[in-house]
Design a protein around this ligand. Structure first.
Ligand code: PEP
Length: 251
């Protein structure tokens, strides 16, 4: 049985006081619950150290939203996997559509980051997904196939165990438009079939595939009830402790 994983991508929101408030409220909400899902928060870099201290006595785990693949050096503005590890991160979001579109990250760059993250002991949350135009012109599967095969290129079946795949249709991120549970399930099945071809039945069955794109308390339960939807990557709705808690409870 794959464990459900609910991750919150805070994006570029919350300074330190706001981060302290959100984490404190979330901790209070989750205290005493018999959690059936793993819970990860991914605050901005500036709040990671504060988050590490605050979540110490809770079930919440920490992730970052990006990293660079080099160990150290003259890379102004970048952060390494080792730096993330030292601030308590166990996860890192890689290949998010905002990184792909706004910051022009390619599949090849994302692949280098994924390999470095795994080598350093971080678990990548590897995002893939098609744009509205790609969905409408019928290229969803070929787009995702390229993103998955290039993104995971060079990874062994053992490495794959550390990866969470997040299917995030670009047209559903931050737009309020959610893929229907059936639409999402169909792509999740496709991603798992790709993993089966690239690795094996056993390896593919073990991979957690999250759905992301306007997940809210109102739609989470139905999405998470699909056989191949193993969790959610939540943006907007993770910025309020109560709505994130409600999504966690749905899992
Ligand atoms: C995201 O940022 O990964 C995301 C899915 O955002 P939202 O939930 O706001 O669509």
């Amino acid at each position: 049985m794959r464990k459900k994983v609910i991750a919150g991508n805070w994006k570029m929101y919350n300074d330190i006081p706001a981060s302290v408030k959100l984490i404190s409220e979330l901790k209070k909400n989750l205290a005493g619950l018999d959690l059936k899902a793993e819970v990860i928060i991914c605050p901005p870099f500036t709040s990671l150290d504060t988050a590490k201290t605050l979540i110490k006595d809770s079930a919440i785990m920490l992730g970052a939203q990006n990293m660079y693949f080099e160990e150290s050096g003259a890379y102004t503005g970048e952060v390494s996997a080792e730096m993330l590890k030292s601030t308590g991160c166990q996860y890192v979001i890689l290949g998010h559509s905002e990184r792909r579109t706004i910051f022009k990250e390619t599949d090849e760059l994302i692949n280098k980051k994924i390999k470095k993250a795994i080598l350093s002991g971080l678990n990548p949350i590897f995002c893939v997904g098609e744009t509205l135009e790609q969905r409408e012109n019928g290229t969803t599967e070929s787009v995702i196939s390229t993103q998955v095969s290039v993104g995971l290129s060079g990874l062994s079946a053992e490495d794959l165990k550390k990866v969470i795949v997040a299917y995030e249709p670009v047209w559903a991120i931050g737009t309020g438009k959610t893929a229907t549970p059936e639409q999402a399930q169909q792509v999740h099945v496709f991603i798992r079939s790709l993993l089966r071809k690239l690795y094996s039945d056993e390896a593919a069955e073990g991979v957690t595939i999250q759905y992301g794109g306007s997940v809210k308390p109102e739609n989470a339960a139905l999405l998470l009830s699909q056989a191949d939807i193993d969790g959610a990557l939540v943006g907007g709705a993770c910025l309020k402790a109560d709505s994130f808690t409600s999504i966690i409870k749905s899992a």
